[in-house]
Design a protein around this ligand. Structure first.
Ligand code: MEV
Length: 443
């Protein structure tokens, strides 16, 4: 079992009213859902990373830097409930994904299917005198090269992974790029495949009679894709005074806009990455690599395209969505070795393999996209967004405890989110509080 073990049967991701609970009660509810092995959430008090561990993780450490960790709710993927840790600084992302997941849940949940965890390492060969001859020599040597690669990654081979294929690609009249395809099992695999590329490069140079150039993984992990589908009954989507079938049509139109226009597709995909990155970051994965892969994949046809699309089904009685993108994630190694918060997040997610995690992350991306398109296609995103933003503004001017919600509510009511306004409200509420706690001042 992976580090994400500790899965309990019957863990539900439906936690109605969770957002209204005080933080301590949310933790208690999560602990109860996780059961004994994973129930210690105390490590989150310091962001899950103490200074010593941080010092071992990167260079020139001067401290740690925290972001909020929230819980994505209502997710059902391939018939299983998941509580989804999401680390993100942007208001609305967790609430929006959870809300969309609730709608999808009523249509049977997400169906996800992830490729085997094959990563690509590239060996660049320059000044190759005869591409055909080089390709033939490499093809003839492939069984031996695969065996040599497996020797470099013996531990991975023991876990069922290993080198799977060697694929030459022509880049120019004398330029070849050799793709080494390696099954990384539950690792993201960057170090593993980079090691193989460096080990095999001299031999590939000899076989091609060329000069070895770069030896490094490709973040365009298109052999490691995830596909996610969902179907949402129209009635679930009604919003902003619009009936469900009209919202279905509006979301399908918004999806079409992204298909027609790369400027829109970039923002559409950003909404997907809101969810994807938040989970990747929570579980200590390389979200920059996932970002790079996502956008390169979106542009692979020569035109930048949306990673997820939506269409009306059953004559507008339902909305269907699908997402496809590379998803190079691991449940072992990397930051997980030292980051207790990331390990805890993985335990919360309780997936048994990197492939399973990829499916859940894809579902969170699709949910985030659905929430954004539904809001944009109906009342716009500003109202909900600003209501949450108001809490940050309130905190920014020094509100604490229940004053945060009270200042935020007044800001939202006034539709004015400027810090000066927040400061004035806070000063007034504090004055009122001190008056109530010290009636003497009224005399
Ligand atoms: C904001 O973080 C994300 C959105 O812009 C995504 C979208 O426009 O689809 C709302």
């Amino acid at each position: 079992m992976s580090q994400g073990g500790g899965k309990l049967p019957g863990r539900s991701s439906r936690m109605s009213g969770f957002y209204r609970l005080p933080l301590a009660e949310r933790r208690a509810q999560l602990s109860a859902a996780m059961g004994a092995p994973g129930s210690d959430l105390g490590c989150l008090d310091d962001g899950g990373l103490d200074l010593d561990a941080a010092n071992d993780l990167i260079e020139n450490v001067i401290g740690t830097y925290s972001l909020p960790l929230g819980l994505g709710l209502n997710f059902v993927v391939n018939g299983r409930d998941y509580l989804v840790p999401m680390c993100v600084e942007e208001p609305s992302v967790v609430a929006a994904a959870s809300n969309a997941a609730r709608m999808v849940r009523s249509g049977g949940g997400f169906k996800a299917d992830a490729d085997p965890p094959i990563m690509i390492a590239q060996v660049e060969l320059r000044d190759v005198p005869d591409l055909g001859r080089a390709e033939a020599a490499i093809a003839a040597a492939t069984p031996r090269l695969l065996a040599e690669a497996d020797l470099v990654i013996g531990k991975l081979v023991e876990r069922g992974g290993g080198a799977r294929a060697i694929v030459p690609r022509r880049l120019g009249p004398h330029e070849l790029c050799i793709h080494l395809e390696i099954d990384c099992r539950d690792a993201m695999g960057a170090n593993l495949v980079n090691g193989v590329a460096e080990a095999l490069a001299p031999r590939l140079g000899e076989l091609s009679q060329g000069r070895v150039g770069l030896r490094i993984l490709s973040n365009l992990a298109d052999r490691r894709r995830v596909r996610v589908r969902c179907r949402v009954p129209a009635a679930e989507l009604a919003a902003g005074g619009l009936p469900g079938p009209e919202v279905v049509a509006a979301i399908a139109a918004a999806s079409r806009f992204a298909e027609l226009d790369p400027y829109r597709a970039a923002t559409h995909n950003k909404g997907i990455m809101n969810g994807v990155d938040a989970v990747a970051l929570a579980i200590g994965n390389d979200w920059r690599g996932i970002e790079a892969g996502a956008h390169a994949y979106a542009a692979l046809s020569g035109r930048y395209r949306p990673l997820a699309t939506w269409s009306a089904a059953s004559g507008g009685a339902a909305l269907e969505g699908q997402l496809e993108m590379p998803m190079a994630v691991g449940t072992v190694g990397g930051a997980l070795r030292v980051h207790r918060g990331a390990r805890l997040s993985l335990a919360i997610l309780a997936a048994d393999s990197a492939q399973e995690v990829a499916g859940v992350i894809g579902a969170v991306g699709l949910a985030s996209n659905l929430a954004a398109l539904r809001a944009l296609a109906t009342e716009g995103i500003q109202r909900g967004h600003m209501e949450l933003h108001a809490r940050s503004v309130a905190r920014g001017v020094g509100a604490e405890g229940d004053l945060v919600a009270r200042v935020a509510a007044e800001l939202a009511h006034a539709g004015d989110f400027k810090p000066e306004r927040a400061q004035a409200i806070l000063d007034r509420l504090r004055m009122l509080n001190s008056t109530v706690s010290n009636p003497e001042v009224l005399k």
